[in-house]
Design a protein around this ligand. Structure first.
Ligand code: CA
Ligand code: CA
Length: 256
């Protein structure tokens, strides 16, 4: 019994790394000086053994807890996981930034593409009838024959449109540039004051807004000149009111 007792005491000392007994209490004196103590007084070894066994169990639990708390391999593994998670988070942040930049670039490209399409001066795609060419949202046909105003107008209506209307400077430039590059001759547009002298009306039924793009001193024909034309020469392709029965080139338009 004594040897078992001492073995447990030594085991406890080894596990904790420091002595558990200091030989001061009566029970410890029985252990440290058994001969003297056993001779001098009664030592209850059975009861003391049970107490020490309980203490050893408690210490083992504490040691196991300490070992778990200081498990360097577990801490190392957790640290590694944390580092990996931080790395993944950084990669995701960078990826999100790249995607946001691509979204901004795509939006910018779409805006630019829209502007280019809107300002495209001509379009020879299939949206215009054969013989017509597109400028902005309208298709134009430049005649290769010369007709009086009323006949030219009828031909354009037969195409499903009317004589050309010129409602902004861009359209005027587009039409006159074509005339400059081809016939360089007098050319009807769809504008007349045949119904009411001085009240100029487009062939689509709308009234002329503003001063128009008349040549210097035009219109000057009063009731004798009621149809408008593009006038080359000294009017530099601006408008002139002319006699409607005259035969000129003409320009038809239809919606694209
Ligand atoms: Ca007139
Ligand atoms: Ca005139």
């Amino acid at each position: 019994m004594y040897l078992i007792y001492m073995g447990l005491v030594l085991l406890a000392m080894e596990c904790t790394g420091q002595p558990t007994f200091d030989c001061r209490s009566p029970e410890e004196k029985c252990i440290c000086n058994p001969v003297v103590n056993v001779a001098g007084q009664s030592c209850n070894f059975d009861g003391q053994l049970a107490d020490i066994q309980a203490m050893l169990i408690a210490q083992q639990v504490q040691i196991a807890r300490l070992q778990n708390d200081s498990d360097t391999s577990e801490i190392s593994r957790l640290s590694h996981l944390l580092a990996e998670q931080k790395n993944i988070t950084d990669i995701l942040k960078e990826r999100v930034a790249q995607l946001e930049e691509r979204i901004r670039d795509t939006a910018s490209m779409e805006t630019t593409s829209s502007l280019i399409t809107e300002s495209q001066p001509t379009d020879s795609s299939g949206t215009c009838p054969v013989g017509y060419q597109r400028f902005q949202r309208t298709c134009y046909r430049f005649s290769t024959d010369q007709k009086p105003y009323s006949e030219a107008r009828a031909i354009c209506h037969g195409d499903g449109g009317h004589l050309a209307t010129v409602k902004n400077n861009e359209t005027h430039d587009f039409l006159t540039n074509h005339v400059r590059a081809t016939t360089r001759d007098h050319t009807w547009i769809g504008l007349s004051d045949q119904v009411t002298e001085g009240l100029w009306v487009w062939d689509d039924g709308t009234s002329l807004v503003g001063d128009g793009i008349w040549g210097t001193g035009e219109p000057n024909g009063s009731t004798g000149e009621n149809c408008a034309q593009i006038y080359p020469g000294h009017h530099n392709y601006r408008w002139n009111d002319s006699t409607c029965p005259s035969s000129y080139y003409y320009i038809c338009e239809v919606l694209a």
